[in-house]
Ligand binder design. Structure first.
Ligand SMILES: Cc1cc2nc3c(=O)[nH]c(=O)nc-3n(C[C@H](O)[C@H](O)[C@H](O)COP(=O)(O)OP(=O)(O)OC[C@H]3O[C@@H](n4cnc5c(N)ncnc54)[C@H](O)[C@@H]3O)c2cc1C
Length: 412
């Protein structure tokens, strides 16, 4: 039998691609060397349109029903007083959620299977088959039974993560590559009753914390990669010392109980890969990886699943030649990813924001106008265009009000 598509990797990129292709009526084989469900030591806060896509696909309600809270509030601190955005929604959907990957990936896989995809988990792909320079299938092994399988597909899609074996096999060209900037350590605590996303940016450090599945609270610390080895010397002490830069958060975390070990990585490359060639395509981290600073990976993977499926469907159905359709996928992926790729890199280099940014934050803190704060937060979270907040009339109004307020305060 020849599948329409074989997808290697059944997590947020692969399972979503399988789900959308199966819904279009294609015969899909989805394989992963991991068990479904299982965890993967990556972060998992989804925002920037991700929850909206999950809602549109009909899976967000299941994520919520799994016990993972949807998040509408965000605290952002830059060393001083924090700003808190409240009740943030996009298209009527809460702006974020942070399900553990065992939960998110399983819901996506189950939905793909319900749509007709075939799943083989604990199945490792060891080799890609090719004929006349075209990828035609996979050779792999069932890790439970040891049986070897050969399967053929009209297209093989690598959703197999940043160290993609498919990308290595086809020598997918890498471009706009940038050095690794940061490392991350993270873990999970019970007994931390915080129901919002917290982002604490300090000198040479960011703390990212949010509620997740099973009543746990995830805390992530990132620092420049040059410090990785020093930090690893005493992870717990260094982590808690870093956390102390956000004293209120640190106190709540200390009052809770750490339920898991610390996970850490400095394998955080920044690159684009050409995501297609004869008989193959790449989606998710396999095709484009970036530092987790702005937590873009999952939302991008969900978006790119839609884009690659549109192209692959057109190619399989004969609407457009496959190479032309996939060239369109690459172009759209790059156009939509590029601005944030470079903004993310600048932030991951801990480049200080321009002074105007601090001034407007100070004015917002002074005015305490929740509508203005929410608008500022929505822009920062990429939920509204920059112009929605940063236009001269709006900024002028906020600054003027803050100055008037200061004068009044002095007179009183
Ligand atoms: C420390 C850290 C923090 C992060 N924080 C966030 C965050 O808060 N928010 C966010 O959106 N993103 C975050 N990310 C990024 C995010 O985790 C990734 O973008 C996302 O996991 C990409 O999903 P994927 O499906 O492309 O690949 P992966 O999740 O890496 O899945 C790839 C799958 O392919 C399978 N596979 C690989 N090779 C084979 C093979 N040969 N045979 C069979 N199966 C194979 C693997 O078993 C794996 O299950 C973070 C990443 C890290 C490392």
């Amino acid at each position: 039998m020849v599948y329409d598509a074989i997808i290697v990797g059944a997590r947020c990129a692969g399972a979503s691609t399988g789900l959308l292709l199966a819904r279009k009526g294609h015969q899909v084989l989805l394989v992963d060397r991991s068990a479904v469900p299982s965890e993967i030591p990556h972060g998992h806060f989804i925002h920037r349109g991700g929850p909206q896509r999950l809602h549109f696909w009909g899976v967000l309600a299941e994520i919520e029903a799994s016990g993972c809270p949807l998040v509408t509030d965000v605290l952002m601190s830059m060393g001083g007083s924090p700003l808190v955005g409240k009740g943030l929604h996009l298209d009527g959907v809460p702006f974020g959620c942070g399900p553990r990957r065992g939960v998110l990936d399983k819901i996506l896989v189950d939905t793909a299977v319900a749509a007709g995809a075939e799943l083989r988990d604990q199945f490792v792909v060891e080799e890609f088959l090719s004929e006349d320079g075209r990828i035609t299938g996979i050779k792999g092994r069932d890790l439970r039974t040891g049986h070897r399988f050969t399967e053929y597909g009209r297209i093989v899609i690598g959703a197999d993560g940043r160290n993609s074996r498919l990308a290595q096999t086809v020598q997918a060209p890498v471009y706009e590559e940038q050095p690794v900037e940061t490392f991350y350590y993270f873990s999970y605590w019970s007994g931390v009753p915080i129901n919002r996303l917290e982002v604490h940016v300090g000198p040479q450090q960011i703390i990212f914390a949010f509620p997740t599945s099973d009543g746990l609270f995830g805390v992530f610390v990132s620092r420049p990669v040059a410090e990785f080895h020093r930090f690893r010397g005493d992870i717990e002490a260094n982590f808690m010392q870093a956390l102390a830069q956000a004293p209120a958060l640190a106190a709540q975390v200390r009052a809770g109980h750490r339920e898991e070990r610390f996970y850490g990585t400095a394998d955080l490359p920044n690159f684009f890969r050409k995501p297609y060639g004869p008989g193959w395509a790449l989606v998710g981290d396999a095709g484009h990886h970036k530092d987790p600073y702005m937590a873009l990976g999952i939302a991008d993977a969900l978006r790119d699943a839609e884009l690659v499926v549109e192209a692959v469907h057109d190619g399989l159905a004969g609407v457009r030649p496959m190479p032309e359709a996939l060239a369109g996928y690459e172009q759209q992926r790059n156009e939509q990813s590029r601005p944030l790729y470079y903004e993310n890199l600048a932030r991951a280099r801990f480049t200080p924001p321009p002074p105007e940014f601090a001034q407007i934050r100070a004015a917002l803190l002074k005015n305490r106008d929740q509508e203005d704060i929410n608008c500022f937060m929505m822009v920062n979270l990429g939920l509204l265009p920059r112009e929605a907040f940063f236009h001269p009339e709006n900024v002028g109004r906020i600054m003027q009000r803050a100055n008037v307020g200061m004068a009044t305060a002095v007179q009183v």
